[in-house]
Design a protein around this ligand. Structure first.
Ligand code: PLP
Length: 381
């Protein structure tokens, strides 16, 4: 195939042209350090302030509640580590969190709770872990592998009744393209974002910190971001993040139905064309861009190899460690049998996805699975 079909938007998104254009002057003539006191520095500081106002408007928080970070991973680490360091006690998260949360919670000796069959927090399991020693609970808004959406209002309710002093953090890194963050923020105290998941650059993120919540900073130094995150501001990255977030927010109402239709067409095509294929999470429980499927008797790694050759960029929810395929921790936590989990395929759509992409991907995947099955059949003959 002479054109690439990019169906890996959960891994990263292509930068939006408007975000690139907004960023460029800060890499060239407007390069000043915003912490300086001359007019040149003031210009850069104004750009950061304007970006902060714009980001706050999309989250529905106050500008002073926006802390710019070096990435989504840093925002997650800062929330967990910062809360535990400041307050003592325990962090709690779900077994389906991104490793940026999971490993941070594990490192502080925290508690990991079960999820349901769709990868969403199991409220009874969460309830069972609660005690007065909980400093922070971290529950992702949208799962990065299977796309399921968590009801954060229900989590907040439970916390309010059971452990009211605990903070609620949400990793909303996969949410910004698909959910109105203004409907997420009221339920949480801490919220992480990453620019490269919504058309911004890699290496810049946000931790929204509700007013009155104090965390020990993860990174200390020059005292930027009101002592909450030291380090010279990535001015261009911050400006591009804000531009991409504002544009994504403005386009969301039109994009969600368009992408939902394409996603449903993709899954319907695969279900019709590939025997032994099932959708991992029901469409009603997940975001528009997610089309995670499981294919019986297939090794994702071999499938991804053939798809790559055919020009289809996708991913699997499994990592290859020491030559052995480890099923993803998310699928394992969801209780998916290893045999099915080995054949997982994560197809994630986004702003650049077209109907032609979807139709060509269906054809390529159908053909690749048939090839793999023929090879398996030939090898056992
Ligand atoms: N959280 C989730 C849910 C993600 O999908 C990712 C990116 O893969 C991250 C955190 C980490 O973000 P970043 O790549 O900006 O460190």
């Amino acid at each position: 195939m002479d054109r690439l079909i990019y169906l890996d938007h959960a891994a990263t998104t292509p930068m939006r042209e408007d975000a690139v254009a907004a960023m460029l002057p800060f890499l060239t003539e407007r390069f000043a350090n915003p912490s300086g006191s001359h007019r040149f520095a003031r210009d850069a500081r104004r750009a950061v302030d304007e970006a902060r106002d714009a980001v706050a408007a999309v989250i529905g928080c106050r500008p002073g509640e926006v802390v710019f970070t070096g990435c989504g991973t840093e925002a997650d680490n800062a929330a967990i580590t910062g809360a535990v360091a400041r307050r003592g006690g325990r962090a709690v998260c779900t077994a389906a969190e991104h490793h940026a949360v999971l490993h941070a919670v594990e490192r502080t000796g925290g508690t990991v709770v079960a999820v349901d069959a769709a990868g969403r927090v199991d409220l009874d399991a969460l309830d069972a872990t609660f005690g007065d020693d909980v400093a922070v609970v971290s529950v992702m808004a949208v799962n990065n592998e299977v796309g399921s959406i968590t009801d954060l209002a229900a989590v907040r309710d439970l916390i309010r009744h059971r452990t009211p002093l605990a903070l609620l953090h949400t990793d909303a890194v996969q949410a910004a393209s698909w959910l109105d963050l203004r409907a997420v923020w009221p339920h949480v105290d801490l919220l992480s974002l990453s620019a490269h998941k919504f058309g911004g650059p890699k290496g810049v993120g946000v931790l929204a910190v509700r007013e009155g919540v104090v965390l020990d900073p993860l990174i200390v130094g020059g005292g930027q971001e009101r002592d909450r995150r030291s380090g010279t501001h990535n001015v261009g990255g911050i400006v591009a993040l804000a531009t991409a977030l504002v544009a994504t927010d403005a386009e969301r109402d039109a994009e969600v139905p368009r992408i939902t239709e394409l996603r449903d067409r993709l899954v319907a095509g695969l279900v019709a064309g590939v025997p032994g294929l099932r959708e991992t999470v029901a469409p009603a429980d997940k975001v528009a861009g997610s089309a995670h499927v499981l294919i019986e008797g297939i090794e994702s790694e071999s499938l991804l190899y053939l798809l790559d050759e055919a020009g289809v960029c996708a991913s699997a929810a499994s990592a290859c460690a020491s030559g052995a395929m480890d099923p993803s921790h998310v699928l394992a936590a969801m209780g998916i049998d290893r045999r099915w989990a080995a054949g997982s395929l994560r197809l994630t759509l986004g702003r650049t996805t077209s109907a032609a992409d979807v139709d060509d991907a269906v054809a390529a995947i159908t053909s690749a699975v048939a090839t793999l099955r023929e090879r398996t059949a030939a090898s056992v003959r």
